[in-house]
Ligand binder design. Structure first.
Ligand code: IFM
Length: 440
């Protein structure tokens, strides 16, 4: 038996996102988001599910904070619904929307749970989308205005501010595959959206610091490790090329101030319009980097491998490969000069069942989390400065195009009754947090 002790100040947290858990889609003056529109469009989401009610976190947050306390969470990462604050995405502020987050943050502080806020986790205001969305540069400043409004209201109680969650998914799933809102399929736009998101991030960083320079500001990127399947140098080259052409899209501009040359060469037909000053804005020094990690891509000399023989897969079809997290952390730590890192999401969807004893014995999720915690600890021993870890997710929730069919929570949500039940993985996490130790 090996014990992996985490440092005293290590932040053990869990995460959610507004559209995935809040519900109350039309309450208290909230405006429409692109996800409201998309999920109500027939054929876009499995079973026609929407986030109208979701986990009803908007009303049940006191119960959810009580559950967080029960788990002993040190921090809760949540996102803000932009159209709840600004129903048209800009202009008139909806005070009732601000009041909701005010109550939530007060509740967290009273429970000694540190709030980690994300400004934007995909529920973009429909009204701004109709003005060109992220493709229109004139809209980017509205994100900074929105950031400033939130900092003025919540900056006295929240220290850690994240601008965007997974800009790559916003761009590629929203504008290329069309599997996410707004459901476009246009590769040229995709590249421009990716660039514009980084500009908007830079503007928001400035806006946050202009209101309160004491706050810590970061961004959350989802990164998949690129692994070679064997020792063939051509496999290693494939993995490295794929990393440079794809996985550096945000890391390179943000931490080096320019696009990776391999990416520029690879995507030369669809390069975005980069204006003077963009790169300086994008590469402003950050206080932390959030990494969302779920899986890896694997390459042979012939190209990418779809199914890895002998590997376990989650309900999302993602390979389970915890050691890839350690390799990823070491790789980015080696290639970039990074601020402290938080694992801002890690977790797995598995087909849970409620046992006759009323419990959810989610052994596979528990093992997944345990092994990823261990690999994180090993990466820290290798010298990577990881300060915290947020399980995705606190609650089962609306998994975007999959609706409610994929459960990631360490707490089960019964979508008929909205009753919450802590799963075995949640009970395990509570023990880890109380002992600061993961035992293998
Ligand atoms: O549910 C999502 C989350 O919103 C962003 N990161 C990945 C999760 C699982 O797909």
């Amino acid at each position: 038996m090996t014990e992996y002790l985490f440092p005293y100040h290590f932040v053990f947290g869990a995460a959610t996102a507004s559209y995935q858990v809040e519900g109350a889609a039309n309450e208290d003056g909230k405006g429409e988001s692109i996800w409201d529109r998309f999920s109500h469009t027939p054929g876009k989401v499995t079973n026609g599910d929407t986030g109208d009610v979701a986990c009803d976190h908007y009303h049940r947050w006191p119960e959810d904070i009580a559950l967080m306390r029960r788990l002993g969470l040190k921090a809760y990462r949540f996102s803000v619904s932009w159209p709840r604050i600004l129903p048209s995405g800009r202009g008139v502020v909806n005070q009732a929307g601000l009041d909701f987050y005010d109550r939530l943050v007060d509740g967290l502080c009273a429970a000694n749970i540190e709030p980690f806020i994300t400004l934007h986790h995909w529920d973009y205001p429909q009204a701004l989308y109709e003005m060109g969305g992220w493709t229109n540069r004139d809209n980017l400043g509205y994100f900074a205005d929105y950031a400033a409004i939130l900092v003025k209201r919540l900056g006295d109680r929240i220290e850690k501010w994240t601008t965007l969650n997974e800009p790559g998914v916003i761009a590629w799933d929203g504008y290329c595959s069309g599997e996410h809102a707004p459901g476009e399929q246009d590769f040229v736009k995709t590249r421009q959206v990716a660039h514009n998101l980084m500009v908007a991030h830079g503007l928001a960083v400035q806006a946050i610091r202009a209101v309160n320079p004491e706050l810590q500001v970061g961004i959350v990127l989802n990164q998949w490790m690129s692994d070679a399947a064997d020792d063939d140098p051509r496999s290693r080259q494939q993995a490295e090329d794929a990393w440079n052409q794809g996985e550096t899209t945000f890391l390179h501009p943000i931490f080096k101030g320019y696009y990776h040359p391999a990416q520029v060469a690879f995507a030369s037909e669809t390069l975005p319009d980069v204006r003077a000053g963009d790169m300086a804005l994008i590469s402003q020094k950050l206080d932390f980097l959030g990494i969302n990690f779920y899986s890896r891509n694997l390459y042979t000399a012939q190209g990418s491998v779809d199914q890895v023989p002998g590997s376990e897969y989650t309900e999302m079809g993602w390979e389970v490969c915890a050691p890839a997290l350690r390799r990823l952390l070491n790789k980015i730590n080696h290639e970039y000069t990074l601020p402290p890192i938080y694992i801002t999401e890690n977790g797995a969807a598995f087909p849970d069942v409620v046992a006759p004893d009323g419990c959810v014995h989610d052994e596979r999720r528990l093992d997944y989390l345990k092994n990823h915690f261990i690999q994180t600890r090993l990466a820290m021993q290798d010298g990577v400065d990881v300060r915290g870890y947020f399980v995705w997710s606190l609650l089962d929730n609306f998994e975007w195009g999959h609706g409610y069919t994929k459960r990631f929570g360490i707490i089960r949500v019964d979508y008929q009754t909205l009753q919450r039940t802590i799963k075995d993985s949640g009970e395990w996490y509570a023990r880890v947090i109380s002992r600061h130790t993961v035992t293998d």
